[in-house]
Ligand binder design. Structure first.
Ligand code: 4AD
Length: 440
């Protein structure tokens, strides 16, 4: 017999089937043994009666997380009809044969069959192979997978070519100290802290490019929104008239991601009680305006022209209140706060033609128009007290004719974190890396 998925059983009442999966729980009721079996499609209750002597004997050995294969008869579950909206709750399997494929060594540190795992973050991550099996934890990665799929789809539809840029670099990408140094044969090399330079080079060849790629950041942060290795959803587009076009494109992308997640992951969203407000247009305000709002509405004073995490949270609160929007663009950050490749504003070069996109209290993306003129770029590198010689390879493409262009860097894990309202970004990463965590 060929193995079928548990989700197929409601359509096979009265038929014999073969199922394989993990034992979620075993309950003994006198001589009857009940086992909940889990596969990637769902959970089914199975019953083993003493008459099936061999299967009954084996089932007495079975414990949570054992992998087993069973054959049996799909039956309507007594009383299941009225109680259950979930079709799998309406059927059960009467087991006839059972085989143990693999056992659990030692004791399990916690019960993954619980709806909510009440363990702390370290326990959750230390025992990642186990915690990933919990339904609610598992759901996070289904939503995440949908986000990656939607991003790829919408970018391709919009004419962006998917690229993969190198992650081992001869020089630190954007300057600064947040890069990891590695040994590369007899030389030193760096792990890419952004695909920035290569996606700009991509514009030189393909006009529009996007990348879903690993980003390494040697930042000693201990926050709920930073990790040292994350997956960036980057994009870069040529022949723009101004940086609003980049925001238009990113807005379209985010709307598509949210629409798809709402449609395709409705069950997972319901599990997390997540409702997302997406307005007709995302509000867009200048940073100085945001700071005025913070002062007026929340009595929050800021030093200089800068917004801190609390300010970001409050301005999102304001956007929700004023526009019923979970998203807001903040534009025109000071040039001193943005990387050297950022285009200065034509009306006031102290500010930049760029933006941050905030979603439910945190920055999920930053983007801008870039400088495309070779000489202007060299001058700006110097203005940022950097040495153009260190950017020799990057600068090459600007000597070959470059269109006006710009793009964004979008953090994939922050999107899923905020969609589901998860406390830490680390819960939204399969095997996260932070200052202290390099394993599992
Ligand atoms: O603002 P960042 O550092 O921008 C860049 O990398 C630019 N090259 C992007 C551009 O095209 N201008 O990072 C972009 C996004 C952030 O908004 C955030 O969502 C995510 O990447 N991010 C992180 N996510 C998790 N952990 C970290 N340490 C992150 N640092 C940035």
């Amino acid at each position: 017999m060929k193995r079928i998925l548990i989700s197929e059983t409601p359509n096979l009442i009265g038929q014999k089937v073969k199922l394989s999966g993990w034992v979620s729980v075993r309950r003994d009721h006198g001589k009857l043994i009940f086992i909940d079996l889990r596969d990637r499609s769902g959970i089914i209750q199975m019953v083993v009666i003493p008459d099936k002597v061999e299967a009954h004997q084996i089932s007495k050995e079975v414990r949570s997380e054992y992998v087993i294969t069973v054959e049996g008869l799909v039956k309507e579950r007594p009383g299941g009809q009225e109680k259950n909206e979930n079709p799998l709750g309406r059927v059960e399997l009467e087991v006839e044969k059972m085989e143990i494929i693999s056992r659990v060594e030692g004791e399990l540190p916690f019960d993954v069959s619980k709806k909510d795992l009440d363990v702390n973050l370290n326990t959750l991550l230390d025992n990642r192979n186990l915690s990933l099996r919990n339904k609610k934890v598992n759901d996070i990665f289904k939503v995440y997978s949908q986000i990656l799929k939607s991003y790829g789809e919408v970018m391709r539809e919009r004419g962006f070519l998917e690229i993969k840029s190198p992650k081992i670099l001869s020089a630190a990408t954007e300057g600064g100290a947040n890069f990891f140094k590695i040994k590369y044969f007899k030389r030193e090399a760096y792990l890419a802290q952004s695909p920035q330079f290569y996606k700009q080079a991509g514009v030189g060849a393909f006009e529009r490019v996007f990348e879903i790629g690993t980003v390494f950041r040697a930042e000693p942060h201990f926050t709920t929104r930073h990790v040292n290795e994350y997956t960036g959803l980057d994009a870069e587009m040529g022949f723009i008239e101004n940086f609003s076009e980049i925001m238009d494109e990113l807005e379209l992308v985010m709307k598509r991601i949210i629409k798809d997640v709402k449609e395709k992951c409705a069950k997972e969203l319901a599990e997390y009680e997540s409702e997302i407000s997406v307005p007709e247009n995302f509000p867009r305000i200048k940073l100085v305006e945001a700071l005025e709002i913070l002062k007026k509405e929340y009595n929050k004073e800021t030093e200089g022209i800068d917004i801190d995490p609390e300010g970001e949270r409050l301005i999102c609160e304001w956007a929700k209140k004023t526009y019923d929007s979970d998203f807001i663009f903040i534009t025109h950050y000071p040039a001193s706060a943005k990387p050297f490749y950022t285009m200065p504003s034509s009306d006031d070069p102290q500010f930049t033609e760029g933006f941050d996109l905030l979603f439910r209290g945190v920055e999920i993306a930053t983007g801008s128009q870039r400088i495309h003129n070779y000489q202007q770029l060299v001058n700006n590198i110097k203005k940022h007290k950097l040495n153009p010689e260190d950017f020799k390879d990057y600068l090459e493409v600007f000597k070959l004719g470059m269109p006006a262009h710009g793009g964004w860097g979008l953090g994939s894990e922050r999107i899923v974190q905020k969609i589901l309202g998860i406390a830490s970004i680390k819960e939204a990463i399969l095997f996260p890396r932070d200052v202290k965590r390099l394993a599992p």
